[in-house]
Design a protein around this ligand. Sequence first.
Ligand code: ADP
Length: 396
Amino acid sequence: MNNFKILAINSGSSSLKFKLYDMPAGNICVGGIVERIGSSEAQFSINDKTKTLPIENHENAVKCLLEELLEQNFINQLNEIVGVGHRVAHGGEFFKKSTVVKEKELEKIEQLGELAPLHNPVNAMGIKVFSEILPQSIQVAVFDTAFHQTIPSYNYLYPLPYSLYQKYKIRKYGFHGTSHQYVSQKAAEVMDLNFKESSFITCHLGNGASICCIKNGKSLDTSMGFTPTDGLMMGTRCGSIDPMILPFLEKSVCLSVDKIEHIINNEAGLLGISGISNDFRDVQISAEKGNLLSKIAIKMFVKRISEYILSYVSELKKIDGIIFTAGIGEHSAYVRREICKQLSCIDVRLNNHKNRDNENIISSENSKFKVLVIPTDEELVIAKDTYKLVHNLVKV
Ligand code: ADP
């Protein structure tokens, strides 16, 4: 088996997150983030040490990163990095799995920017920059939407005129696919089940949040939709709301479309209701101090999650487990307990000690369904998918 160094990259509009892996072992050599790209006071954090320096653009950020990897001896020469895996938000209906990116694929990712204007163009730029600066490395795209490409049409279509789907591809795509896939595979491993025969409800509860209904190892439905704004209430995103609120805000409140977009993506959710913060911990502290709106925000957050879980329970005939992951899902015993209280109608029961200690399986013996906490690792999925594709290409 060939040993390679693989970089997993998540490019944002002004940031670049990275992790360098030794594959196939999957060991992390180093990780970090470049933030505030484009500023004279950009922040470059590597192995928890941060320095401030001017970084003009993504190209400079990548150059800085590679220099640092060489200087700190994480690599001896650049061609040790055989593959670079990039998180790409939207693969539309075109990309059903991770793929090696050449000119044609890059063009398609750019075209799909129409569906994810905030993400795909910067993801594509990240791929371009690495292919220019590290021309010997193979670029791989890993799509947030790919895992959800198995969702059947009765779940991915909206009850709108069918022509809107045909003409404009307006449908549910779903996001966080790498996370839902990773934690369900890991849970199957923990429970000694064959993944392809296992069924889970996975709750990715971070600043962005989504739920997925997985039948026989395949995504059957998910809460995010045409965009990552749909579904659950999130840190700053509203999730599902009555669609007529949007034209009302435009026509009767005279807000511009840009302002409305900003409200539903950046001023809503936990922040919008509590008025305190988008960060769950802050809202919880304020609720504990008696702030009524913070208490309501948490109640709404929990209620929506339980509603989705209950609707997915009714969709799956057999359930091997309900999984919690991401910042809130992994760390908040309180949220898990509150959600499971709402699920007592379907005989879900927690073991309070195991829940408090964030153990893998936190349900009690008499629970109808197992409840699990599985830390997500999207970068590892990116590195593994990249390794698989790169390995096939370079093997002799
Ligand atoms: P994202 O990757 O979507 O930005 P994360 O998965 O890092 O988000 O999750 C961030 C959220 O997790 C924040 O709302 C934060 O308050 C919450 N969180 C982290 N640790 C805890 C904790 N111990 N208790 C409650 N919430 C937590």
